[in-house]
Design a protein around this ligand. Sequence first.
Ligand SMILES: Nc1ncnc2c1ncn2[C@@H]1O[C@H](COP(=O)(O)OP(=O)(O)OP(=O)(O)O)[C@@H](O)[C@H]1O
Ligand SMILES: [Mg+2]
Length: 256
Amino acid sequence: MGKTTVSVNLAYSLARRGWRTLLVDTDPQGSVGLSLSEKARKCQGFHDAVNSGVSVLPLILPTRLPELKVLSAGQTQNFFSPLEDSMDGPDALRRIVAELSTQKYDIIMFDTPAGLTGIAGEVLQIADRVLIPQQAEPLGIRSIPQILQAIQYLRNNGAKLEVAGILMTMVQPNQKESAEVVRELRSIIPPQLLCATLIPRDPVFLKASAAGVPLGLLHRQPPAAAHVFDQLAAELEPRLRLKSPDQPNEYTRLMD
Ligand SMILES: Nc1ncnc2c1ncn2[C@@H]1O[C@H](COP(=O)(O)OP(=O)(O)OP(=O)(O)O)[C@@H](O)[C@H]1O
Ligand SMILES: [Mg+2]
């Protein structure tokens, strides 16, 4: 829970920090489109390219930020079995990724539907890294060891996939049960897998998705939760091994 929210807000923060970012919505329900733009929801997108073999590049949509582009989910013929209408499954996805990698993106981020099967499983087979958002509730974290096992299975079968991090979302630091879940997760997984950044539960997320904007664009002075994604972006940059040739790691003096 919280995958699309994390994708939209993290992609926005990474782009604000200068990384050329493409956010790809692979959810046949078109949830990125839903949370960003009515127009994006109706456009052709990812699933049209998967199903019909058309080039994906003309389907990429610009955003207000020059560094952030979006590939919306597009239309699936068969809503309930979106993968069955893709004739060649992972091959179609590989073709799309090969096309995208001719473009100058620092990050191509895929928002997937829930679970590890279908399109989500295919994306995991071709991805370099996975960020696993996990709701801070007792039932949720029990699935984490299974997810890690599934990732290990994919790696044993040739996938490059590495875990960029497990990200706790909907955290309520003042609530005993929520804090307990974070503590318990720390005790069952290797500590370096857990992101130090915690995404709080905050009604402002609902407001932002109703308005169709990332938190950072909700007000002239974005709410505190918006800055959590800047923190997450900064935490993930080394883990994603992002390096920009034109941004030497130097400071700029505020005054001469
Ligand atoms: N940290 C949060 N605090 C409060 N509400 C949140 C938070 N994160 C997400 N939400 C709300 O929860 C709902 C579901 O979130 P989201 O769409 O990101 O989940 P998802 O994992 O993508 O779901 P799906 O599996 O359907 O794709 C949305 O209404 C969103 O605004
Ligand atoms: Mg979603």
